[in-house]
Design a protein around this ligand. Structure first.
Ligand code: NAP
Length: 244
């Protein structure tokens, strides 16, 4: 962990991974700005712990410049952006509502790229004399990109697109900003997942346990602490690529 308190923006802190990461970084003494659409108990608890909560719907691309300015109004520096917000639709849902494919692409690819750019304009990361990056952007992708997922083609395609984009973004933003990705496999089950489904998923992993969201926080700590890592994808998949 870096010693100086950092200012961090996380998209989608209302539940699960985003909420856990925000709580972890607040407890470590960092200043955390988190975005939400819905007000949840988890969000209210984070606000009590010091979270600066800002509303953001990534489907509203025309509002991203205004949102970046709201972030700039809160802070004079931004050390880390975690693009966590996500939607996960099956292909059968997309077949019934074709606009969901566009929505996944907007939430996972277009808006995060544009938001990173708007933040650079509103609150520029600067080239430093010591050659270190002044800022880092981390994108949450998905370990299933490598193996494919037969019933989530649109979701996986959008995650693959943003995972690929980290290389171009790192080229554009060097040397002031590093750009990395964390690609989790299964992190946490949904409450409605039954015992048979849980057993099936776990037995296909090299390390058959449900890790929970803490492994993402550990990886974010590592990426913050190690200043050399850039254009990297860290897979959190227990080493087995064909887990499904
Ligand atoms: N959990 C896993 O096992 C797993 C596995 C592989 C990859 N991942 C990746 O890890 C990240 C976190 O996963 P998760 O399971 O915690 O996700 P999640 O439970 O689906 O939470 C997603 C977050 O994104 C926000 N969000 C959704 N649509 C949005 C929009 N249009 N604008 C702004 N925010 C929006 C939600 O906010 P609201 O509640 O306000 O809508 C919520 O806070 C995601 O990028 C996911 O793809 C997770």
């Amino acid at each position: 962990m870096t010693s100086r308190a950092q200012t961090i923006l996380i998209t989608g802190v209302t539940r699960r991974v985003g909420a856990h990461l925000a709580e972890h970084l607040l407890a470590a003494g960092h200043r955390v700005i988190g975005t939400y659409r819905r007000e949840t108990d988890a969000l209210r608890a984070l606000i009590e712990q010091g979270l600066i909560a800002l509303p953001l719907d990534l489907l509203e691309r025309e509002r991203l410049a205004e949102f970046a300015q709201q972030v700039a109004d809160q802070t004079d520096r931004l050390d880390l952006i975690v693009h966590n917000a996500s939607i996960w639709h099956r292909d059968e849902d997309v077949a019934a509502k074709p606009e969901l494919a566009t929505a996944m692409y907007t939430v996972h690819v277009t808006s995060p790229i544009e938001l990173t750019e708007h933040l650079q304009r509103a609150l520029p990361a600067r080239e430093r004399d010591d050659g270190h990056a002044d800022r880092q952007a981390i994108f949450l992708t998905d370990a299933h990109i490598d193996e494919g997922e037969a019933d989530h083609i649109h979701y996986i395609a959008s995650k693959a697109a943003i995972e690929n984009s980290i290389r171009s973004l790192a080229l554009r933003y060097a040397p002031h900003t590093r750009v990395n990705a964390i690609a989790p496999g299964l992190l946490m089950f949904h409450p409605e997942d039954n015992a048979e489904y849980r057993r099936h998923r776990l037995k296909r992993r090299l390390l058959p346990f449900e890790p929970g969201p803490g492994v993402v926080s550990q990886t974010v700590d590592y990426l913050m602490a190690c200043p050399l890592i850039n254009q990297a994808v860290i897979r959190l998949d227990t080493g087995r690529r064909w887990e499904s």
